[in-house]
Design a protein around this ligand. Structure first.
Ligand SMILES: NC(=O)c1ccc[n+]([C@@H]2O[C@H](COP(=O)([O-])OP(=O)(O)OC[C@H]3O[C@@H](n4cnc5c(N)ncnc54)[C@H](O)[C@@H]3O)[C@@H](O)[C@H]2O)c1
Length: 459
């Protein structure tokens, strides 16, 4: 067959399979309340997020940084000048309909925990006192082995992991019934657990459940929460770099139970900057000799990460980003030998107001060397809160659309995006943004945008 004909057939096949998929994903309307389940509800990210939502409900807080609330999306050709808000294109859950429920190792209610986190102004927090005081953490499923630096005592007594999962399931069901909840999303905002690799017990649903029953050392608390969530039909997103739902057994369970899952590690601060800068450097074929990143931060997250075993989990997550963007195996001369170092230093005086420094050694034409210095004075939880909101809203959308298993289009929000077998993750934030927006266009029944644009110039 001649080439043109072949391309025509290919594109019509692609269109037909997209059409078939469209029929598969029929979105139901978001009615009633959306229950938000948060392990780590007393932490800096969770409390900044919840206080932000309550402040918005009171009419004062603005949800800056949230794509689901403030983002727009182009539909059709540029000449059509059609750029609606995402929330006007596709039916999303209302922020007013979110209902919170969570667990924490520390017993303080959400008001006290927000004050303790030290991210938001005291006046803002005090204005929300009534609302925040009502949110109290349930006793946590916790194992000190996975986060040694935590000393809280608000922990469930049961020792058997399987029974602990059943306890979580019972709590989730009771919450759903009591608050008349329609749908559920769980988001892990708990501390980063220590680094370990997946093994045999993480392979099948059966081996995982056996391991739960036998209190196997390869089962971390976040896996127990993820298991309970999926069993209850709650979508699950993992904001930390530890494995949690990123194991074959739980992926299989999520497919079996029609539950969407996503992770890992919220992409904020330094890594966000990295995945903004690195694609630019690469696109102009500037070479890279080295990238040195260091941080100071003084919140509880920093305290947990001060333990080398927990830092190792974060380090792995942060390091993989550049390898994937620069593709040294393909671009040997430019990126074959760059040195990448990441440091996190726990420095209490800074609290949540992290400061990050990057020194980037690059080279250009004829090998002449140059340097870029980045000094980002950011606020960790302020950057993470809108991500939490978007993940809740989009994971609920996925669930209503009948999507299940890994949601790669959520990569935009993660440092170590979960992807299907044999796929490498996309780290370039612009590719991730395009993937997310094209998925939204697709779900809304609109054409994807590929930015070719030749149609403006040629018939
Ligand atoms: N803030 C950011 O920008 C950012 C970015 C990427 C990832 N993260 C990750 O998000 C998570 C939350 O960050 P944070 O700054 O709020 O940390 P944090 O230390 O303030 O909060 C974590 C909370 O989780 C609780 N916790 C720990 N183990 C638990 C368990 N098994 N069950 C219930 N609760 C448990 C802790 O008691 C604590 O209150 C961390 O894992 C962090 O690494 C944060």
């Amino acid at each position: 067959m001649e080439r043109e004909k072949l391309e025509e057939v290919n594109s019509s096949l692609k269109d037909r399979s997209l059409e078939k998929m469209k029929k598969k994903f029929k979105i139901s309307k978001p009615k009633g309340k959306l229950g938000v389940l948060i392990p780590g509800i007393g932490g800096a990210v969770s409390t900044t997020f919840i206080a932000g939502i309550e402040s918005y409900k009171q009419g004062s807080g603005k949800l800056f940084g949230s794509l689901s609330q403030m983002g727009t999306i182009r539909i059709g050709k540029r000449t059509e000048k059609n750029t609606p808000y995402i929330k006007d294109l596709i039916s999303l859950a209302n922020v007013e309909d979110l209902e919170f429920f969570g667990w924490d190792v520390y017993p303080q209610d959400c008001y006290k925990a927000t004050v303790k986190a030290g991210v938001l102004d005291r006046t803002l927090i005090d204005n929300l006192k009534d609302k925040l005081e009502r949110i109290k953490p349930n006793k946590a499923v916790f194992n000190k082995k996975f986060a040694e630096n935590l000393t809280g005592k608000n922990i469930k007594k049961e020792k058997n992991y399987f029974k602990l999962a059943l306890e979580l399931i019972a709590e989730i069901k009771a919450f759903k019934k009591e608050k008349n909840i329609d749908r559920l999303v769980m988001i892990w905002c708990g501390s980063t657990e220590i680094f370990f690799k997946k093994g045999k017990i993480h392979e099948s649903i059966k081996s995982f459940e056996d391991a739960l029953r036998k209190n196997h050392k390869g089962i971390s608390p976040s896996m127990i929460y993820a298991y309970a969530a999926i069993k209850c039909g709650a979508a699950y997103a993992n904001g930390a770099p530890n494995l949690s739902v990123d194991i074959p057994a739980l992926e299989k369970l999520s497919k079996k139970n029609n539950v969407p899952i996503a992770g890992k590690d919220f992409k904020t601060g330094q890594t966000l900057m990295k995945t903004i800068l690195a694609p630019g450097i690469k696109s102009r074929l500037l070479g890279l000799n080295g990238w040195f990143s260091t941080n100071i931060l003084g919140n509880r997250d920093g305290e947990v990460l001060d333990n080398p075993k927990n830092f190792k989990t974060k380090e792995e997550s942060k390091l993989s980003v550049l390898e994937h963007i620069f593709q040294p195996e393909i671009n040997q001369e430019l990126y074959g030998d760059f040195y990448h170092k990441v440091r996190i230093n726990y420095y209490p005086p800074r609290g949540d107001q992290k400061e990050a420094w990057d020194n980037i050694d690059i080279f250009g034409w004829l090998g002449y060397e140059m340097q870029i210095k980045v000094n980002f004075l950011c606020r960790d939880s302020i950057l993470a809160a809108p991500i939490v909101l978007d993940l809740i809203i989009f994971m609920d959308l996925a669930q209503r659309a009948g999507m299940y298993g890994i949601q790669e289009w959520m990569s935009f929000y993660f440092k170590s995006p979960m992807v299907g077998e044999n796929l490498y993750p996309e780290h370039d934030v612009f590719v991730q943004s395009m993937k997310l927006k094209n998925t939204l266009r697709f779900l809304a029944g609109e054409k994807n945008i590929d930015h070719l644009g030749l149609d403006y110039y040629y018939e």
